[in-house]
Design a protein around this ligand. Structure first.
Ligand SMILES: Nc1ncnc2c1ncn2[C@@H]1O[C@H](COP(=O)(O)OP(=O)(O)OP(=O)(O)O)[C@@H](O)[C@H]1O
Length: 365
């Protein structure tokens, strides 16, 4: 399982700059999710790692071995990797067993070794009882498991997964995510998963790289991204966060003094004195009996998982909407006081330092 590293990797298609100086430092045996909005370059980065695209600039290394630069290229079949895509691409005329065994054909193994390996993979993916069926007699989830078994049969050090669950329903997706995690633990291989679904990424990944417009905004463990976002984009993208404009008046040992509306607060963060963003999740905002830190009006409520998910418009923040959980129903337009009980403060210039943030994340992760 390689230590995957990218240094200033860039890729354009025609005049479109799709990847812009990507740095990546992925420890061996990690499970990385490449997460970001549609078109941000996730698949292109995965295809560069797979060897299906060539970089225009920068370097890709597996451990210390140079895998790709603009003038040097190790072909996909010599990269010790497996790939699973959204479309399963199974052989329709072969059984499940045949599909998995076919992957091993070009490998020097005795018939007994090959059978044992196929049985092992079918057991690991829960397919042994379906071994004699053909793909058309399987459900979508079962077909995806065959594709997974086939890729893992070669015991690759690196498994690349490009939105492999996109065609499955929510229940099957959850089952497959559990299976991915188990297989990752059992094989010890490095996994890289492309997804635009943050719940999927949070469920399986040891590391998440949040991408936006061809750059890695931040890479870290799921908790880092949620609690300590490096950029406003990450703060808003992960966990339905919001960013509120604040004025930071002083900082000491990672604690910021700030003003939000007319309230003075002390909260952790990386901001320097000056304009900043307070990054909030719904659990950082509470309804209070008095005026609290912010005056607001109830916009809407819906009952979800035992609480009223409540949207409120804040007067002092130009009607910015904050979301919180409330234990009782409230009429629309009711004036309320909101208290801010947590959050993370970043500088207003954090947008421009996204690449530096990504590098820091990679080192700390
Ligand atoms: N072969 C290609 N030729 C031209 N443009 C391409 C090519 N491949 C990708 N692109 C463009 O590069 C950008 C990034 O595409 P990519 O598929 O990497 O994004 P993505 O983040 O995986 O998106 P999605 O989540 O929608 O799959 C898009 O604007 C896409 O249209």
């Amino acid at each position: 399982m390689p230590h995957v590293r990218a240094f200033s990797l860039s890729k354009s298609f025609g005049t479109t700059n799709v990847l812009n100086q990507i740095d990546l430092d992925l420890p061996q045996g990690s499970f990385l999710a490449l997460l970001g909005p549609s078109g941000c370059g996730k698949t292109t980065l995965l295809r560069l790692i797979a060897g299906l695209e060539l970089p225009d600039a920068g370097e890709l290394r597996f451990d210390d071995q140079l895998i790709a630069t603009s003038g040097h290229f190790v072909p996909p079949e010599r990269r010790d990797l497996g790939m699973v895509f959204q479309s399963y691409a199974l052989w329709p005329n072969m059984t499940v067993r045949g599909n998995v065994a076919f992957a091993l054909q070009s490998h020097r193994m005795t018939l007994t070794e090959r059978r044992a390996r196929v049985d092992q993979m079918l057991t690991a993916t829960g397919l042994l009882s379906l071994a004699d069926r053909r793909p058309q007699d399987l459900s979508g989830g079962q077909r995806q498991r065959v594709a997974l078994a086939r890729s893992l049969a070669l015991r690759p050090g690196l498994l690349l997964l490009d939105e492999p669950l996109a065609n499955l329903d929510a229940h099957l997706r959850q089952q497959m995510l559990v299976q991915f995690r188990q297989l990752h633990a059992e094989t010890g291989a490095t996994f890289i998963l492309v997804t635009h679904d943050q719940d999927e990424a949070m469920t399986v990944a040891t590391h998440i790289a949040v991408m936006d417009r061809g750059q890695i905004q931040q890479m870290g463990c799921p908790e880092d991204l949620y609690r300590r976002p490096a950029t406003p984009m990450v703060a808003r993208f992960i966990g339905h966060g919001v960013t509120v404009p604040v004025e930071v008046t002083g900082t000491l040992d990672g604690i910021c003094d700030l003003h939000v509306g007319t309230a003075a607060l002390r909260l952790p963060g990386t901001a320097k004195p000056g304009p900043g963003w307070l990054c909030l999740h719904r659990e950082d905002v509470r309804l209070c009996d008095g005026p609290g830190h912010l005056h607001a009006r109830i916009l809407s409520q819906s009952f979800q998982h035992g609480h009223y998910l409540t949207h409120a418009l804040t007067d002092a923040l130009d009607d910015q909407m904050l979301t919180l959980l409330v234990d009782r129903p409230l009429t629309t337009h009711t004036p309320v006081g909101l208290e801010i009980t947590g959050g993370w403060v970043i500088g207003r210039d954090a947008d421009k330092t996204s690449q530096a943030g990504a590098r820091r994340g990679a080192v700390n992760a």
